[in-house]
Design a protein. Structure first.
Length: 189
């Protein structure tokens, strides 16, 4: 599952959690029926472990406005990844994994962010057995994804020199030329 899928469905999950009626526990029912005539002392949680927002425990029971550290780290991690601040997101997901080491969602989010943080050259995955043609094509495609059309065009031209008349390199060059003319408004309609 990609990070974009998680960030797409996260608002829906949060909305359901906020507006869906939660089951009341027996303790909550008893507290509502009793009249409080004496002053009760309220114990506030430690600020580094919880913050006040709607949340649930691991078993799914409501916590009455208290957010646990895991939930906070996950929420802040998703927010940082939406802002494309991947180092910050990675640190929050790491903290969430420290709270719950075997958590599936924190693990997926962690690895999605590490994939985004890898340098683009590593994504190309050039191997020693690949021919020069394949390397030029891969670098050209990676540059096209980054919208670095000048680099892409140079690499597709190099690939075409390796294999003159190659239809893939020729088509890739035409595509890049189309992208550049659309971007400058020169393309004819």
């Amino acid at each position: 599952m990609k990070l974009t899928s998680l960030t797409t469905y996260l608002p829906v999950v949060i909305a359901i959690a906020l507006f869906a009626p939660a089951k009341q526990t027996q303790a909550q029912t008893i507290v509502k029926t009793q009249k409080v005539t004496t002053t009760q002392q309220v114990v506030t949680p430690k600020p580094e472990t919880v913050i006040a927002t709607p949340a649930t425990t691991r078993q799914g029971t409501p916590t009455n406005g208290v957010e646990y550290a895991y939930d906070r780290h996950m929420r802040l991690g998703y927010a940082a990844s939406q802002r494309k601040n991947y180092p910050e997101a990675l640190s929050y997901f790491t903290l969430a994994l420290q709270e719950r080491p075997n958590d599936r969602y924190a693990t997926i989010a962690y690895w999605n962010v590490t994939d985004y943080m890898k340098p683009d050259e590593a994504k190309v995955r050039l191997n020693k057995k690949a021919s020069n043609y394949e390397r030029f094509m891969q670098v050209g495609y990676a540059a096209t994804e980054k919208k670095d059309y000048q680099t892409a065009l140079i690499n597709f031209q190099r690939a075409l020199k390796q294999r003159p008349g190659d239809p893939y390199a020729s088509q890739a060059m035409r595509n890049v030329q189309t992208y550049t003319t659309r971007g400058t408004g020169i393309a004819k309609r």
